[in-house]
Design a binder for this molecule. Structure first.
Ligand SMILES: [Zn+2]
Length: 172
């Protein structure tokens, strides 16, 4: 994998030149991800390709691959949630917002001349993190929960929605 990631980019300049880059961004460079994650290990592999849109606005297409450490809401253990995201955005300053919205693309609004790559990617990752994180495979959940869930699975479907079904069993 190549690593020629630009730490910052000038949308207009990069789009004019049709620049492309790819590389890794460590989680520790993204403070807002650290706040949402159960640990700050790992990194994201990012690709970005710049071009001009039909109305001559800077556009970026890209991909993000990586994992975010989250607390599993089933067993409260740690789980690495895979993130695999694609984006295509017009990079627009507030004065061009109205015209740019006619193109029907998603818009990333920025002010100033350059955008910090890690901060831009951070936004995209935050949109991709599931609201409720769980181990993808229940077999990976910490064992007391796994046992409980397996028992729960054996309850007939019509009793599953009844919170008292389990209590009834306990009384017998
Ligand atoms: Zn779990």
């Amino acid at each position: 994998m190549s690593n020629d990631l630009s730490l910052q980019f000038d949308p207009v300049l990069f789009a004019n030149r049709g620049r492309q880059f790819a590389g890794n961004i460590p989680v520790k460079d993204m403070p807002r991800i650290i706040e949402l994650a159960s640990n700050s290990d790992g990194e994201f592999y990012v690709t970005m390709t710049f071009s001009m849109s039909s109305l001559k606005f800077p556009m970026v297409k890209g991909t993000i691959e990586g994992e975010v450490g989250q607390t599993c809401q089933r067993c409260m253990g740690n789980t690495a949630v895979p993130i695999s995201s694609q984006f295509q955005l017009l990079l627009i300053t507030p004065d061009s917002l109205e015209l740019a919205s006619e193109e029907g693309h998603e818009i990333f609004e920025y002010t100033g001349q350059v955008i910090t790559t890690a901060s831009f990617i951070e936004d995209e990752i935050i949109l991709s993190i599931p609201i409720v994180a769980k181990h993808a495979d229940i077999e990976k959940c910490e064992s007391p929960v796994k046992q409980w869930m397996h028992e729960f699975d054996e309850v007939p479907t019509d009793e599953k929605d009844n919170p008292f079904a389990k209590l009834k069993d306990l009384k017998l």
